[in-house]
Write a protein of this length. Sequence first.
Length: 346
Amino acid sequence: AGIYNPEIKEKRGELNKKLRAYVYACLKQSEKLLKELTTDDTGSPYGGYTVDSELSAEIRHLITQYGVARREMLTVQLSKNSYKVNHLVTDVTVYWVDEGSAIGSTQPVLGQNELTLKKIGAIVTFTEELLEDSEIDLMSFVASRVAEGMAKKEDEAFFKGDGTSTYGSFTGLLKDSDIPAITMAGTTFASMDADDLIDLKDNVPESAQANGKFYMHRTNLSTVRKLKDSDNQYIYQRPSEKGPGTIWGDPIVTVEAMPARNASAAATAFVLYGDLKKGCIFGYKGAVKVKKFDSGVVKNVSDDGDINLITSDREAVRFTERVGYVQIFPSTNNPVTKLQTAAASA
């Protein structure tokens, strides 16, 4: 009510100056004006106002697409630690029989594979100050990174696992001896040609070709995109509004966990074709389990010492999941096949 009183007129003018300077700084996004402390609005230093610079409450990072095994295989939620799968090893045989002649006998032979769950886990520790003072949703960020790391472990184990503890003792599709293989003439990934991919497709039973897909690393897809048929037409068809990119008419799935072009070697499988939902079961027991602790002892990152959560005033978050996979068809009638390079000549 008294803003025009002569006693406060000068003070009001100073406030207006400060407000105009502040608005101007915001509009011009002048980091200098926002951060400096000065004694007047033209000189330096001016202590009239301070505005902190903005903090992006997001941690910039690249997201790599994993989780192909979980998405492409037949997924089954288990209530127990293992899952037994019956499959047909030898089919029945039927005969043409002349009148009055004996009918031949036959019987199916069944096999059984077992899916056993293994655990993937990680423990992340935080200081109390980090959790209390951070303007970033650090817990959410860490959880998303752990989830991606678990998906990466799944893909690596189920596509290229060699049966060692590095891959949870799983043997992946590329290393599984029960997966039939087409061997190329060349010893390098770059020697793959259009006919190799036709042979790969033809080696899969027709019943699995209806939903068959090619699986490979994105760098090897770059090689495929340059291949042409006998009519000098590219065998790779670009994605369109009607569907994804195709090779010989079948979809492609890029798998970051499969061997890249620079991992080329003799006698090495690097491309898959088939219907993974018919050939593999991905088993899991519930969702990722997350548990928080404020006491106890955990190993440090370098695994050469202990962290006492009580004495160091920290909290630890443990992430675990139980997953596994199993092949469900024998090599004689497998809905999945692999392309591999030739062995090196002596």
